[in-house]
Design a protein. Structure first.
Length: 208
């Protein structure tokens, strides 16, 4: 691609590289950026580090200096033109995302659309209770089904998973994989957690 999907300010780039270089292991890590849900009129975002070699074939990779940024294909349109920068609070510096794109009226705002009844919802409830929550309980976390709309499940992460910088990894590589492997008709899993109000959020959404 001739143009980058997102831009990164110099101070944000320096901060991200600083955090990345403290990650354990010797393999090169990339910044994984995805849209994790919606908070009112804005998107919610997840930023996490992942080995660059673990990117899916459909993911988009772009280079910003010494940093590789990976964006899932499904989020390219809604992240085009976004900028990662440092927040304006000097006492509590945090990464901020300024995105010119906003959720369409058809997408969920606040509480996700749909319901909690039906065969798909029942299967998800069983998998969460028997397999997912026991596996993340050791980290003080839990996942709750908020609603089901078509083939999409909307989950809320609680406890230690709320505000955790690795929440997107837990959802994408753990919870989502478990659910999709067991429930073929499940198309997508969306995190509608307000991570910014968690105990340890390391980014903040840009507010205007």
């Amino acid at each position: 691609m001739s143009e980058s999907i997102v831009s990164v300010t110099n101070d944000a780039l320096a901060k991200i590289i600083e955090i990345r270089d403290n990650e354990p292991g010797d393999e090169p890590f990339a910044l994984f950026l995805e849209i994790a849900g919606i908070n009112g009129p804005q998107f919610k975002y997840e930023l996490s580090f992942m080995p660059a070699v673990d990117a899916q074939e459909s993911d988009v990779k772009e280079t910003h200096g010494e940093l590789t940024v990976i964006i899932p294909e499904r989020d390219v349109e809604n992240l085009t033109g976004a900028q990662i920068s440092m927040g304006s609070d000097p006492e509590h510096p945090a990464l901020s995302i300024d995105n010119p794109n906003t959720p369409s009226p058809a997408m969920p705002t606040g509480v996700a659309p749909g319901d909690l009844e039906g065969p798909l919802a029942d299967k998800i409830h069983v998998m969460l209770e028997r397999h997912v929550n026991p596996s993340i309980a050791g980290h003080g976390g839990a996942a709750q089904l908020v609603s089901v709309d078509g083939g999409t499940a909307y989950l809320q992460l609680m406890g230690g998973c709320q505000g955790c910088g690795l929440a997107s990894v837990t959802l994408r590589q753990g919870i989502e994989r478990i659910l999709k492997d067991a429930i073929p008709e499940l198309v997508e899993v969306v995190d509608v957690t307000d991570h910014a109000s968690g105990d340890n959020p390391y980014y903040e959404s840009a507010k205007k």
